[in-house]
Design a protein around this ligand. Structure first.
Ligand code: 5AD
Ligand code: SF4
Length: 424
């Protein structure tokens, strides 16, 4: 058993990241365990998790399991969880009640919980103490262990929790069963070192580690050769891609080399305003197959709040970057993330968020009420603002978000544009 530990998760050392190509193996004893059996996977949270689920499905397929979306028919139920806000957590806890009920009728059902939630000390401890019937608990660092963990649990018939609070390595060579035949997620970077004061991700996903550009480009070329039309390059801070590698190869070069593969469309998420260079902007503007779309979280319109959030930019700097992007990239769409109700966000702070939104008129925004995450610096801040006030602020912000989103969409009224249509 390995339980997570927040102190270890916070640690950043100069330990070198290893690139591991042969970590994933299927023991002979489990090679056919899924024959005639079905698995269900429920995914919560970000695109990173969506893609992790594609890797988990790849593994299940190699073990000969087939996918079902009917929980009643599943022999293995996998929850790939998200820890970013309390409501994601609550959804999973709700589903666990349903699974427990099924398991009471059929004790052979195997339940696996993976993803970000088990990386939290409190969650893994609760699963250990109160949810002993959950068979396998794993984290974000050891998806490759699923075959071994399934093997163990079938033999031992008791709960196994294997969650590592480590900085992490780069695991290559996992199988993948993609949800789409035309659009593909491609990881370029794992983890995060930004430590925004409200955010749990640096603790649940380890330090920022870039994949080697050779491996990324090989993956894109193979996708192109297999008929894929679009790739989305994924990372928590894609702009910082390569900063942790020794070859000085940046996101600008990666985007340019990806564009040269000739794949039809390239997207990339998420960008942090801090690491956006002029070279990147030039590359995005230069290639027609790099979509003019940038997700650039602003989080708040108040410099005081941004400082407390440890975002490391102020509104003036954000605006300078925003206008540069608008000027240099024709037809660029810029979307954002905003948190309302950060501890002690005053009416004036919130008005500044409204003002900046009215000025920049984003194409869309993902808006959230601040959610306290145990172990993060913001969790220690006093907060006198009531939930009612926070909800009102969210509603007011959302009505502005919707107004500008509609305006942005109306620009396309009666226009014919190229798109990819995929039947399910
Ligand atoms: N509470 C609310 N929203 C959060 N986000 C990250 N952490 C929290 C939190 N504790 C939001 C940020 C981020 C997006 C992915 O989720 O806006 O950009
Ligand atoms: Fe979280 Fe900030 Fe890292 Fe984004 S940049 S994952 S908000 S810590």
């Amino acid at each position: 058993m390995n339980l997570p530990n927040i102190k270890e998760a916070r640690k950043r050392t100069d330990k070198k990241v290893e690139f591991l190509y042969d970590k994933y193996k299927i023991p002979d004893s489990v090679k056919d365990i899924g024959k005639g059996k079905k698995y269900l996977i429920l995914t919560y949270g970000c695109q990173m998790n969506v893609h992790d689920s594609e890797n988990i499905s790849g593994i299940m397929k190699e073990l000969k399991y087939t996918l079902t979306d009917d929980m009643e028919k599943a022999d293995v139920i996998i929850l790939n969880t998200c820890a970013i806000r309390e409501n994601a957590h609550n959804k999973v806890m709700g589903i666990l009640g349903r699974i427990k009920h099924l398991k009471e009728k059929n004790k052979d059902i195997i339940t696996i919980i993976g993803g970000c939630m088990p990386q939290e000390e409190s969650v893994s401890n609760t699963l250990k103490e109160k949810y002993k019937w959950v068979d396998i608990v794993l984290g974000t660092h050891n998806i490759y262990e699923i075959p071994k963990l399934l093997d163990n649990v079938m033999k031992e018939k008791k709960q196994d929790i294997e969650v590592y609070s480590v900085e992490g390595d780069v695991i290559e060579g996992l199988p993948v069963k993609r949800d789409s035949k035309y659009k593909a997620w491609v990881n370029i970077q794992y983890g995060c070192d930004k430590f925004c004061s409200y955010c749990i991700v640096p603790y649940t996903r380890g330090k920022q580690r870039s994949r080697k550009h050779e491996d990324i480009l090989k993956e894109v070329e193979s996708l192109r050769d297999n008929g894929y039309l679009e790739v989305t390059l994924l990372g928590q801070n894609v702009n910082a891609y390569g900063k942790d590698l020794e070859d000085n190869y940046t996101l600008a070069e990666l985007l340019s080399d990806t564009a040269k593969t000739g794949i039809k469309r390239i997207r990339f998420v998420t960008s942090h305003p801090w690491d956006f260079t002029d070279e990147m902007i030039d590359v995005i503007a230069k290639y027609d197959n790099i979509m003019p779309y940038i997700h650039l979280p602003i989080q708040s319109g108040s410099d005081d709040i941004l400082k407390k959030m440890n975002r490391k930019y102020n509104i003036k700097e954000y605006k300078t970057l925003f206008y540069k992007l608008k000027k240099k990239i024709p037809n660029v769409s810029i979307t954002t993330d905003i948190i309302v109700g950060f501890p002690n966000e005053s009416d004036e702070d919130f008005e500044k968020t409204i003002d900046i939104y009215n000025e920049l008129k984003f194409d869309l925004a993902y808006t959230f009420i601040y959610s306290k995450r145990e172990g993060t610096p913001a969790a220690k801040l006093k907060d006198d603002i009531s939930l009612e006030v926070k909800e009102e602020r969210l509603q007011r912000l959302n009505s502005i978000v919707n107004k500008y989103a509609k305006e942005a969409n109306m620009k396309y009224l009666n226009k014919v544009v190229p798109d990819t249509i995929e039947s399910l």
